[in-house]
Design a protein around this ligand. Structure first.
Ligand code: ADP
Length: 640
């Protein structure tokens, strides 16, 4: 057997095998696309059968047999156009003209063979007829190939590759036909033409096979990279902050893995007792709202950006209620009551799989396509896999959230404990002094009722009571931070005068103010005084060596600057970033030596920030610290 006949036989066997496969598929699922594919390969098979018959009988088909072989050939582009229509819309007028063209072509072929001059011997067709037939054939083939190419560009994943294969098949078949006139023009290279046409035929056959009836293993191989990418990304998804971002990423991943334009996830909403889908884009929202009015007693409704569906209703609801994967390539037939809905979402094929984690029904994953043949039976397993993956991701996210909530509660409980012990400790010190002093006064009064009042003792009681009152105020302020504004009405005040007052409350030489010129700005004077008092109090407290504390106040453009410097213990650099946090105390302070709760600076920061200002500290452990405050001069002057 020559290489040429081997090639020819191989091509023929491929076409016939594919015919067998697609027939079996069409018998199992009688979808229009499956039927059209079977018809296309039937036409190829009939052409081959005729070639075999004429080889065995050693005759060239003539008469009606000749006309029939021509008719099978002419049917190819029309059948291909029908398949284009299965994947993408073809204008009705074009479909009808192509059908009419086919009828005319077949009629012309038959009539020509039946004419009286036809002697029964094979006769070449007259040129005008031949040209008209070739033009019809080539025009439709080119149109089909062009449509497949554009659709392939738009599609993704498996669908894209299938459409690319079909486009390649159509181009090769078109080339095969172009080869015929070339063969006539250059008959000397007959052998070359022969081999080229065999190869083109083989290529076309393979292209159609891969495109229209891809074997399951090939589909899987195509899906694998997308699936791998999706699973790779899925591992990070539970850590995304908000659930709708996770759902969106899952939807995109599922659509990509299946090579379909759309996928959507409906989550079970316990309160609404419905599946809740997120709607993206106003057009879809409006289309669905319209569909809701067209369907009587619609089991779905639109609420803002959400689409809600009752469980057990429509295809997605059924998949959820029955906990089964559902595939439909004709939703309007399978769920006729809701046809307007499927029109609104332009869906001709739909796959829905329940998202379930153990016993917990979390929702449903729906992948959909505007054209039916995009899905295959084998995709059911993939959708189930994706839905399971979605369940894992959503469950993990729920667990991460629950853990974060538990941690926050724990932290709150810990803060409360810290707060109570710090508050108790801080209140106890002045209270003990106060009680001891008061008991001393009481004893003195009992023993020496006539003696003059102990003025120094009374002063001490007043001082301790003031300290307690300041502490209680601090506690109250800390409770208020974050709930209400601390800063009230602002009036013009001179910060230098304010700082003078604050400094004067300390024994001479302990606090030094180096500014003299007035610096006026609009502030809540009570709160700014509180900040200044606290900074000076801290500076004195954390300078056990008794070194003086320096206050500076000056203005800079439309800002006022304020600083409090001490030469005390300083703050370790690792504590600096947290020093303004609630309840935070630096590592170098010992509770027994320096009483405190770590609240004052956090209150100062709130006050300063509510004035539109900033507060920060520069410090060297063992050498002292400088706290800086910058405030805008005018209220409403914007943040600094
Ligand atoms: P408290 O002084 O009651 O602990 P603060 O909020 O006023 O609370 O201060 C928080 C922490 O900042 C203090 O515990 C201390 O570690 C550190 N700190 C504040 N001011 C100074 C300062 N002038 N010198 C050294 N450390 C300071």
């Amino acid at each position: 057997m020559s290489a040429d006949s081997l090639l020819q036989l191989l091509t023929q066997v491929i076409f016939i095998t594919v015919f067998g496969v697609v027939c079996a598929r069409a018998a199992r699922h009688r979808t229009r696309a499956n039927m059209d594919t079977a018809l296309l390969f039937l036409a190829f098979t009939l052409i081959i059968a005729q070639q075999w018959a004429s080889a065995v009988l050693r005759i060239t088909p003539a008469g009606i047999a000749g006309a029939m072989s021509g008719a099978f050939l002419m049917a190819l582009p029309y059948l291909l156009l029908r398949l284009v229509d299965d994947f993408a819309h073809v204008p009705r007028a074009l479909m009808w003209s192509a059908a009419a063209g086919l009828v005319l072509a077949v009629a012309a072929l038959v009539l020509y063979q039946l004419l009286p001059w036809s002697s029964g011997a094979p006769s070449p067709l007259p040129l005008p007829l031949l040209l008209a037939l070739v033009a019809y054939f080539v025009a439709l083939m080119v149109y089909a190939a062009a449509r497949y190419i554009t659709e392939a560009r738009r599609a993704s994943g498996v669908t894209r590759r299938r459409l690319q294969a079909v486009a390649a098949g159509s181009l090769l078949l078109g080339l095969l036909l172009v080869l015929a006139p070339l063969q006539m023009a250059v008959p000397r290279a007959a052998e070359l033409w022969q081999i080229a046409s065999r190869l083109l035929g083989l290529g076309a056959g393979l292209g159609y096979f891969i495109g229209f009836a891809p074997p399951a293993w090939l589909r899987r191989a195509w899906q694998e990279p997308e699936l791998r990418a999706f699973l790779g990304r899925a591992a990070a998804l539970p850590h995304l902050p908000d659930r709708s971002a996770i759902v969106e990423a899952l939807e995109r991943g599922a659509a990509g893995a299946l090579g379909v334009p759309g996928a959507t996830i409906g989550r079970w909403d316990e309160d609404e007792q419905a599946l809740r889908f997120q709607l993206r884009g106003p057009a879809l929202r409006e289309a669905l709202a319209r569909a809701q009015h067209l369907v009587s007693q619609a089991p779905f409704w639109v609420e803002g950006n959400r689409f809600l569906l009752k469980p057990g209703r429509m295809i997605a609801g059924r998949a959820f209620a029955q906990q089964q994967v559902v595939l439909t390539t004709n939703p309007k037939r399978d769920d006729p009551a809701h046809a307007p809905f499927y029109d609104a979402v332009q869906t001709r094929a739909l796959l829905a799989a329940p998202i379930t984690a153990g016993e917990r029904r979390l929702g449903v994953l729906v992948v959909y396509a505007p054209r039916a043949p995009v899905f295959a039976e084998e995709d059911l397993y993939l959708v189930k896999l994706l839905a399971d993956q979605a369940a894992v991701v959503l469950e993990s996210h729920a667990l991460i959230e629950a853990a974060a909530r538990a941690r926050a509660l724990e932290e709150a409980a810990r803060l409360k404990d810290d707060f109570l012990s710090a508050a108790a400790h801080d209140l106890k010190t002045p209270l003990t002094t106060l009680l001891a002093q008061a008991q001393l006064l009481a004893r003195k009064a009992e023993q020496m009722p006539e003696a003059p009042a102990d003025r120094a003792g009374i002063e001490r009681i007043i001082a301790e009571a003031r300290r307690m009152s300041a502490l209680v105020n601090e506690l109250l302020d800390a409770g208020r931070v974050g709930q209400t504004r601390l800063v009230g009405q602002r009036t013009p005040i001179d910060l230098v005068a304010l700082a003078t007052e604050v400094c004067a409350r300390w024994p001479p030489g302990r606090c030094v103010l180096v500014s003299a010129e007035p610096v006026v700005g609009e502030y809540d004077s009570h709160r700014i005084a509180q900040v200044l008092e606290h900074l000076v109090e801290n500076a004195v407290k954390y300078s056990p060596n008794g070194e003086p504390v320096t206050i500076r106040v000056w203005s800079e453009g439309d800002q006022v600057r304020l600083s409090v410097t001490d030469r005390g213990i300083g703050i370790p650099s690792s504590d600096l970033p947290h020093i303004f946090d609630r309840f935070y105390r630096a590592a170098n302070v010992d509770d027994r030596q320096f009483a405190g709760m770590g609240l004052g600076l956090s209150i100062c920061r709130s006050i300063v920030e509510q004035h539109g200002g900033r507060i920060w500290v520069a410090s060297t452990p063992g050498h002292g610290s400088t706290f800086h405050v910058v405030l805008p001069i005018k209220a409403g002057g914007g943040a600094v």
